[in-house]
Design a protein around this ligand. Sequence first.
Ligand code: PRP
Length: 248
Amino acid sequence: MPAVSDSSPPRRSLATVLLCVCLQAPAALPLFDAHIHYNDDVRQLLPPGRALALLAQAGIEPRDDPETSRKLILDTSHPLVKFVLIRATDVPTYVQWGAADIGVAGKDVLMEHGGDGLYEPLDLKIARCRMMVAGHPGADIGTRRIRIATKYVNSARAFFAARGQQVETIKLYGSMELAPLVGLSEVIVDLVESGNTLKANGLVPMDFIMDISSRLIINRASLKMKNQAIKQVIEKIEQAVNEPAIDL
Ligand code: PRP
C-alpha cells in the first residue's frame, strides 16, 4: 500500500465534495459581530468553487485548501465557522437530520432527495443548467413504455407520470450518455449545460424537464431554534448573490 503523506494528490475532486460550515453562535446574537462570545451551534453546508466565492464575500473563507487538505473539517477565517467536506448528494441528508443547519445543494439533488425537513429560501443562481430527456435524433419516445437510464430516477418517473406515460428506469451514477449508444436504454434523463457532451456523442435534447441551479437549504428545526443566526447567514449570502464581487 503506498505511503500517505501531506503532499499526496487530493483524493476528492471539487465536483464531488461539499463544505459543511459549522457556526457556533446563539440564535439571539448577531453572527457577524466578532466581539460576541458564542456558545450555541449552527452548521452550514456549502459546495466549493463559486459557492465558496459567495461565502468568501460574506466573510467566511476556509483556512486550509479544501482541494488538497485531507481533513474533513476545516477551520475558517470566521472563528465560529467550520467547513466539513462531504459529497454533494449527501448534503440534503445532513441538513434534513440537523447534522448541518444550512447547506447548498443542486435542485437536481433536492428533487431526488424529496426535500423532507428542508426549507429552501434562496436560489444561489450558480451551477445553472437544465434537466432534459435526451436520446438519438428521431428516437420515437411517443407514448409507449420506454427505458430510461438516469441518475435522476425520481425526477424522470415524475416527469413521465405527469404526462401519463409508463417508463422503466435504470439507475446510473455517471456518463449517462453512454446508455443509448450501447443499447442500455432508449433515452436518458440528464443535466445539460452547453450541450457539448450530447453533441459529441451524437445525441440530442428531446424534452425539457426543469431548470437547475444551486439552492440554499436550511434545516427546519434549526431555523426555529437558531433563527437570528441563520437569518443573518441567509442575508449575507443573499447580498453576495445579488451583488457578486466576481463573475459567478
Ligand atoms: C454533467 C452531465 C453531462 C454533462 C453536461 O456531467 O451529466 O454529462 O455534465 O454538460 P454539457 O452540456 O456542458 O456538455 P458531469 O461532468 O457532472 O459528470 P457525470 O456524468 O458524472 O454526471
